[in-house]
Design a protein around this ligand. Structure first.
Ligand code: NAP
Ligand code: NAG
Ligand code: NAG
Length: 311
């Protein structure tokens, strides 16, 4: 590492201080605006969604969101592959008074996903779609390359999301309203080196959401990116089984996570990112110069916390 790198880093740190001062000023202005709007009752809350489609609703965060949204006069459309598990979630939601429909779909089957989403949106006019289905990367099978496993991962995590939301957004555009939630991850901001492919798939969703939100807004559609840290679900258990070291205290309860997500969607937040204790260090690292990130990665491999190696 040359001296020039260190000088550049100091200069960037200086710029970061100025940028953050500006951010602080904008935050102050927004705070005053919020208080004024609250006092005069000018805030327009997001209307309660009546028809909600959730992918990956058979387990974990998706199932918990379904149960949270379940109430009378609400129609839920729950999508995943495993019908046995979908039926179980369906029953729980019906007990809370919701009307529930399930669909067994593999997110990597682009044709089936597109035609189902188009059909269901024509029939029920979706108010809120939560594109949540996702997998972590399991090591490649015997004789397979890592790129083959990565292809499967991107088919589900990235293209599965696009094929879910695009046909529904087409309908929302005509209706001039709707809400779209895309499930990314803190790994999409800055990931553990053991999760490089998974992190890359989630980064694609962060980048897409960030740039697409204003485009969607022009069509009356609210678009939110969800970036949770570790949440106690079968996905995290899978990482543990693959040798990942995830201490219990670093993993959030799934009920608490679902609550944060629904509250954030009610407020139409651009990004729902939590818990703060994980978000802050991850965010800070993501803004640091590359040689500091490389050092962080080196430490993360030496003193591991998460994931199993993907390369
Ligand atoms: N848990 C965490 O720490 C964490 C953190 C950040 C982000 N996330 C993200 O949150 C989302 C949900 O994860 P989770 O933790 O709740 O994991 P999970 O319990 O394993 O749930 C994953 C869901 O996705 C579905 N799914 C997986 N592959 C599918 C496919 N090919 N086609 C259709 N559905 C498929 C699964 O259902 P079937 O098996 O029945 O198909 C299941 O309902 C994922 O996108 C994940 O990346 C999780
Ligand atoms: C579906 O889930 C049930 C319950 O978890 C499990 O017993 C069954 O093997 C799963 N089916 C498939 C096809 O994966
Ligand atoms: C990363 O992967 C290696 C090799 O699979 C494994 O030994 C290590 O425990 C993993 N690190 C973490 C943090 O899980």
């Amino acid at each position: 590492m040359a001296i020039i790198d260190a000088i550049e880093a100091i200069f960037l740190a200086f710029l970061a201080v100025i940028a953050n001062l500006f951010a602080g000023m904008i935050a102050g202005v927004l705070l005053v605006k919020e208080i004024v709007f609250k006092v005069f009752g000018l805030n327009k809350p997001v209307p309660h969604p009546r028809s909600i489609l959730i992918t990956g609703a058979s387990s974990g965060i998706g199932a918990e969101l379904a149960v949270r949204y379940a109430k009378p006069r609400t129609r839920l459309i729950l999508v995943a592959r495993n019908v046995t598990r979908l039926e179980k979630v369906k029953k729980q939601c019906e007990e809370k008074g919701a009307t529930v429909e399930i669909a067994s779909l593999d997110m990597s089957d682009s044709k089936a996903v597109k035609s189902y989403m188009e059909e269901v949106d024509k029939r029920v006019n979706i108010d809120l779609v939560v594109a949540n289905a996702g997998i972590s990367m399991t090591p490649p099978k015997e004789g397979e390359l890592f790129s083959d496993a990565a292809q499967r991962l991107f088919d589900v995590n990235v293209f599965g999301v696009f094929h879910t939301i695009a046909p529904i957004m087409e309908g929302m555009r005509h209706r001039g309203r709707g809400q779209v939630a895309i499930m990314s991850s803190l790994s999409g901001i800055f990931s553990h080196p053991n999760l490089s492919y998974y992190g890359a798939s989630k980064s694609a969703l962060v980048a897409f959401s960030r740039h697409f939100r204003p485009v969607a807004a022009e069509q009356g559609i609210r678009l939110t990116c969800i970036c949770p840290g570790f949440v106690e679900t079968p996905l995290v258990q899978e990482m543990r089984d693959a040798g990942g070291k995830l201490p219990g205290f670093a993993v959030m309860d799934v009920k608490a996570a679902a609550k944060v997500i629904t509250k954030g969607l009610e407020r139409d937040r651009p990004v729902i990112i939590f818990p703060a204790i994980q978000y802050w260090p991850v965010h800070m690292t993501s803004t640091m110069p590359p040689f500091i990130q490389a050092f962080w990665n080196y430490m993360a491999l030496k003193y591991p916390l998460a994931g199993s190696r993907q390369s």
